[in-house]
Design a protein around this ligand. Structure first.
Ligand SMILES: *Cc1c(COP(=O)(O)O)cnc(C)c1O
Length: 441
């Protein structure tokens, strides 16, 4: 592939190569009713994932007491952040018509990040398969029996491995350890020390790499494939992981209903999700479009220093291109988003449904963090602060502004914006203090 040519002929890719912030509209998006006819995943698949999580609820409740209140359902609050909305408008001299909310996956039980959706789901599904194959479990059982010693003994004969920048490792490691699996987490160089420490304290084997996420995944996969009793959680290719994330949508619908919020043509939903390899935001986006169809507008946000998804989608090359090919090394303060090569599986699905993308400079993540802390007394990790770049710059770029005017028009006054906070609850206080005092500009 001739990347020089790409950079010369494509203004978007040139801007990405120059590390410029961009607001990008996905020109391959198709009307949802047309997309619906050719869905790669059906309602049955989504329903099946939802049902499986319900079956596991008694086990989750028993193993993770923090899910007591929700009866073993792993879910996060949806909070209005109107005071932050005002502060953002003032600080960034912008207008955010409608109402701004925060979906606090940052505070999900079990793993403290959005990975508590996909990661936990995939491990549970694997455990269910093994237990059923062994004749020890059937769908009508009370799944709290999975906490019994005999299941731990069964699972201890199997291994689960994963490559991660941190949060996926936490989620897989914590869940697998609770079930009794042997777990190996292959951590990229970006991974924060406290995440490795926490995993080791739970008996998880952590292998550290001096290289990036792509390398950690590659090594993990190789290691696992060589062992018939090892299951590799493949962040770039796993449909199960993806399905775990999609469940967020039906849960969000319920929360909106409870707040008497109706999403329709006059009341559009705009959602902004930080993106790394694409699995988490892609799964959530897919689920949301299934439910809210043409009234949901989904935007991803990536660091200017690791804009892999927008590069893959704009070039059409998906996993065939890395940000390194356009001279970016993929190293960013947004450790959860430090991914150089996107998932092609997700990128191809997003081609049809994603509204667009924003890229954001690292220094702003800390500014947004301080703004959230001061206006709402909420703290999340820097990676997840990327979400705020969406509402702040949506009407600032000519391209995204035109898209909103033509699609939504004056109904923008009634819009609901949701910034998806993807991680943060487990960040140690000391680290959070440092984040709050980090100024890059
Ligand atoms: C993993 C992660 C994301 C993005 O998820 P991908 O599946 O990698 O796209 C966003 N924010 C945080 C905090 C994460 O840990």
């Amino acid at each position: 592939m001739n990347t020089e040519e790409l950079i010369k002929n494509d203004i978007v890719i040139k801007k990405l190569a120059d590390r410029e912030e961009i607001g990008w509209i996905n020109k391959k998006e198709i009307p949802y009713n047309e997309y619906e006819k050719n869905l790669p995943l059906f309602d049955d698949d989504l329903k099946d994932a939802e049902e499986r999580l319900k079956r596991f609820a008694p086990f989750i409740k028993k193993s993770f007491p923090e899910t007591e209140d929700t009866n073993g359902i792993i879910e996060s609050p949806l909070e209005p952040i109107f005071s932050m909305q005002k502060d953002l408008e003032k600080k960034y001299n912008t207008s955010i018509p409608g109402k701004l909310y925060l979906k606090m996956d940052s505070h999900l039980p079990v793993a403290g990040s959005i990975k508590a959706r996909g990661g936990v789901y995939e491990v549970l599904k694997y455990a269910e398969e093994l237990a059923m194959k062994a004749g020890m479990l059937s769908v009508n059982d009370d799944y709290s029996i999975l906490a019994d010693e005999k299941f731990k003994k069964l699972f201890s004969g199997y291994k689960i491995q994963v490559g991660s920048t941190g949060n996926l490792g936490l989620s897989i490691g914590i869940t697998s350890a609770a079930l009794g699996f042997e777990v190996i987490v292959h951590m990229s160089a970006d991974a924060k020390q406290w995440k490795k420490d926490m995993l080791r304290s739970k008996g998880v084997k952590v292998v550290e790499y001096t290289d990036d996420y792509g390398k950690a995944v590659e090594e993990g996969r190789k290691n696992s494939d060589a062992d018939p009793k090892s299951h590799f959680v493949d962040d770039e290719k796993s449909l199960n992981l993806f399905l775990g994330y999609t469940v967020a949508a039906s849960r969000l619908k319920k929360q909106l209903d409870e707040k008497n919020i109706i999403i329709d043509n006059e009341h559009p939903l705009l959602v902004y999700i930080p993106c790394g390899v694409g699995g988490a935001p892609g799964g959530v986006a897919y689920g949301l479009k299934r439910i809210f169809k043409e009234n949901a507008y989904i935007f991803f946000v990536e660091p200017t220093l690791a804009p892999c998804m927008v590069l893959g989608m704009e070039s059409g090359l998906h996993e065939q291109i890395s940000v390194r090919d356009i001279g970016i090394d993929g190293i960013t303060h947004a450790d959860g988003l430090a991914v150089a090569r996107p998932s092609g599986l997700v990128g191809r699905m997003m081609d049809s449904i994603l509204s667009g993308e924003f890229t954001v400079e690292d220094y702003k993540l800390y500014d947004y963090l301080r703004c959230l802390n001061e206006s709402e007394d909420i703290r999340i990790e820097p990676s997840s602060c990327a979400a705020f770049e969406g509402p702040v710059t949506l009407l600032k770029y000519e391209e995204t502004k035109k898209y909103i005017e033509s699609r939504i028009g004056k109904n923008m006054e009634n819009a609901y914006h949701i910034c998806w906070a993807t991680g943060g609850r487990m960040v140690p206080e000391e680290d959070m203090k440092k984040f709050l005092n980090t100024y890059l500009k």
